[in-house]
Design a protein around this ligand. Sequence first.
Ligand SMILES: [Zn+2]
Length: 326
Amino acid sequence: MSTRHVAAAIQPVDRCWVCDHDQFDPFLQCAFEHTQFAARDPELAAYTGARLWLRRCRRCGFGQPEAVPALTHYFDRMYDQHWSDEWIESEFVSRSKDLIFRGILADLRRRVPAAERRLLDVGAHVGKFLHQAAQDGWRVEGIELNPRTAAYAARRTGAVIHQVNLDAFLMTGGQVDAVTLIDVLEHIPEPVRMLRKIRQLLKPGGWVGVKVPCAPSQLRKERVRAALRSGYQISIGTNLVHVNHFDPGSLVRALEAAGFEQATVRTAAPELSMVVGSRLRVALDDLVRMTIFLCGRWMPGAVHWPVALNLQAYGRARRGDVARAP
Ligand SMILES: [Zn+2]
């Protein structure tokens, strides 16, 4: 295993972020490409050309990098994207995640009593999920760090969007009945630490809903693509955008380590094109995605098969304190 170190500093990661084990198997080398930041953030751009290995924990199966950039607020700086107003609007209008959002709201309705439906969406993006949750009868609020998407989400939903990190929100002492992390937890280093903070945000007995990619299935899909198309680059892990790589077992283990009980995981719904009057190819693509998803959802044990490309997990906030060690 070789790691190309560049001028930009890195911080080794020696213990598994989920189970604290210290034995790993490398499974993919990832590259850094931040030339777009050359003028705006030269320190971030200096990581361009660096390479790190992603490694899988031998005990719990969780995948994480062998090191992370030592640059202060590396991840916040990488996500400081200046999206256009048109792109933000298109994200809200898009129906591609409707199936995912409807499924999560239905699952939470079964778990949270009707009288106690205050929901916090962490990483609220443009507010589309909050918009649907409010229509579904939830009292909603969100956390979103990007100022442009946070402002848009507040304007479109009328909800309070906190433009602060979780630590700052915790200081407010507010508690909710449900927290959602939709395509968020794969981006935050040390996920158990984050889930512990989520648990503090929940009233005892409240529920968290987490959607993440299923890392082994996504990697298998990417390797098939790379085998079929010459020049295709596997981009999983590039820039550590996906810094956490869960499989079903390690996702449940992370929830339990953070103080959640009744943790369950199943195959999550896919994103769909959902274009009205779509061309045949788009319709066929959606049909393939739905077929793969339904196999992964309903075949017994299929959450552990390659057809489970995304994972949907829930956990109930345990009452009382939880030991610090995973
Ligand atoms: Zn582990």
